[in-house]
Design a protein around this ligand. Structure first.
Ligand SMILES: [Zn+2]
Length: 108
């Protein structure tokens, strides 16, 4: 890495950080939200947030990957179209369809 000092100090994270911070914006948000930068995105979900987003179908930012998957699944159970799910969780439609295919495969 050419400019090591300007990247996030979290292991396995190459993202740039602001000069006044030791970590990137993603990790900063994670520390603010969870109090721990080492929470993996996969392992972490605030179920209250997930349920609220599913119920209100309100586009949300700053979700962890697990939260996105859980929101998408909750919306799918309510037969919300993939395109709408994509808009709410902030991913593209193909990602939603890939999650659905995976869920179907695991359910089979
Ligand atoms: Zn980072």
């Amino acid at each position: 890495m050419a400019n090591h000092a300007a990247t996030c100090r979290i292991d396995d994270c190459d993202k740039h950080r602001a000069h006044h911070s030791t970590v990137c914006q993603t990790h900063r948000q994670r520390i603010r939200k969870w109090g721990d930068p080492h929470f993996t995105q996969w392992g972490t979900a605030d179920m209250q947030d997930v349920e609220l987003i599913v119920r209100e179908r309100r586009p949300a930012e700053g979700l962890t990957r697990l939260e996105r998957v859980l929101v998408a699944r909750g919306l799918a159970e309510r037969e919300v179209p993939a395109r709408e799910v994509a808009r709410i969780v902030g991913v593209n439609q193909r990602t939603v369809e890939r999650w659905r295919a995976k869920d179907r495969k695991e359910a089979a």
